[in-house]
Design a protein around this ligand. Structure first.
Ligand code: ATP
Ligand code: MG
Length: 429
């Protein structure tokens, strides 16, 4: 017997019952980003593997073990994008749209791919919405990115469930000096570090800071602190950011251990975390990457951005039951027609209604059926009203408008008065 066909583990279908919430989320974010003056960019899902190695860093979790990499038919090594920043930087460089110091405030949305262990809030295909800003180097824009996410949490009704964690990794010079001090300290306690941390000490020592191992964490208590190594430039930038968050009334906690998984960050790093989703608590994360564009072959161009995980935010909306009522109803009216003549008249009438009321959500019964079966379908559709068209109605050129949610009596409405009638009784969401 052949094995039934299945989706790849960790890659999910988003079913019709779930898509209204996704679309609500996506349109809320898109509107917000429009309002703040961000422009959408769309990059391919597949890029040359080299792009991610060069930008994300060879010794990060993503590049070492999470990428979906394969050979193209002509022998090129390609990778399904694990994140959006690298491709966005590639795109702005390729098209010269950050040249001559041009500012760009961009956003993107789409699927990302990482070969991780699937669990709640962690998938192999997941979706992000991200923002990237180029050629603005002050803390004002770091603050704007945080402020707009804060506004988003407010609009979504999840503000009380998320907390902002903030850190500064300094300029590459100050981070270099800190890295040396950290390596020196950790090397003196090598035997107390877990295996992963011992390895990272050689390859990517800052990552030791976000270890989950209790023994290593104990060693870290007395380790040198990044804050003591910040140069004046980084310190001023960080103070500037904090002052703006204070001015905007956004609470935050400084987390000196926040280093982020990707190599390219400098100065500001931040995460929005929730304790409502278990272990996968980071719903949005980002930071500044002033050296990345140059590292990828461009002229010095500063950058700052973030990405939010859509699945985790959807889970949070569901967990907190912050699902707006209007999205649960997809149909306003359901047209039932009995007999061929009524069906033909019903088609003409419904197209006329769509002309007159462009936002009316009108579902026309398909597949004929008895009174009972059509009413059942009308009810199941969630519609507020059933429009009934049978021989009697047709003879009188009226439609019977039957309330399905207990809002009053059935009424007979003339064809030419129907649009006006529906406009008064259906409040558009
Ligand atoms: P984590 O520490 O949870 O692995 P990360 O640091 O790898 O996250 P980023 O690369 O910063 O995550 O991606 C930004 C956001 O994308 C994360 O905060 C999270 O919300 C989401 N995200 C990342 N990886 C996954 C995944 N495998 N499944 C679902 N969402 C994810
Ligand atoms: Mg990760």
């Amino acid at each position: 017997m052949s094995k039934s066909l299945q989706a790849i583990r960790g890659m999910n279908d988003i079913l019709p019952e779930q898509t209204p919430l996704w679309r609500y989320f996506e349109s809320t974010v898109a509107r917000l980003l429009d309002n703040y003056g961000y422009k959408q960019i769309r990059m391919p899902i597949v890029e040359f593997t080299e792009l991610f190695k060069r930008s994300i860093g060879e010794v990060t979790d993503i590049v070492e073990k999470e990428m979906y990499t394969f050979e193209d038919r002509n022998g090129d090594s390609l990778t399904l994008r694990p994140e959006g920043t690298a491709a966005c930087v590639r795109a702005v460089l390729e098209h010269g749209i950050t040249g001559g110091g041009q500012t760009q405030k961009l956003w993107y949305i789409g699927p990302m791919f990482r070969h991780e262990r699937p669990q709640k809030g962690r998938y192999r295909q997941f979706h992000q919405i991200g923002c990237e800003v180029f050629n603005l180097d002050g803390p004002d824009i770091d603050a704007e990115l945080i402020v707009l996410t804060w506004r988003l949490w407010g609009q979504l009704g999840i503000r009380d469930a998320v907390k902002l964690e903030l850190n500064s990794l300094g300029t590459s010079e100050s981070r270099g000096r800190y890295r040396e001090a950290l390596v020196e300290y950790l090397s003196a306690h090598l035997d107390k570090l877990d295996e992963d941390s011992q390895r990272r000490l050689k390859t990517n020592p800052l990552r030791v800071l976000d270890t989950k191992n209790a023994d290593t964490q104990a060693v870290l208590v007395d380790a040198p602190k990044m804050a003591d190594y910040l140069d004046d430039e980084s310190r001023t930038h960080f103070e500037g950011l904090k002052a703006r968050l204070d001015a905007a009334g956004i609470p935050y906690v400084i987390n000196p251990k926040l280093v982020r998984g990707l190599d390219y960050y400098s100065k500001t790093v931040f995460e929005w975390v929730t304790d409502k989703l278990g272990a996968q608590g980071t719903v949005c994360a980002g930071g500044r990457y002033d050296g990345l564009v140059e590292q990828m072959g461009g002229k010095p161009t500063t950058g700052v951005g973030f990405a939010m995980g859509i699945e985790r935010l959807i889970l949070l909306l569901e967990t907190l039951e912050q699902i707006p009522e209007e999205i649960s109803r997809q149909v306003d009216v359901y047209l039932c027609a009995f007999g061929e003549a009524a069906e033909l008249a019903g088609l003409a009438l419904s197209e006329q209604l769509r002309d007159q009321l462009p936002s009316l959500r009108l579902q026309v019964n398909a597949g004929a059926g008895s009174f009972k079966s059509q009413f059942k379908k009308a009810d199941k559709s969630g519609a507020l009203y059933a429009l009934i068209l049978g021989d009697d109605e047709l003879a009188q050129q009226v439609v019977s408008v039957k309330p399905l949610r207990g809002q009053g009596e059935q009424q007979s409405i003339a064809f030419d008065a129907l649009a006006a009638h529906l406009a008064t009784c259906i409040v558009q969401g």
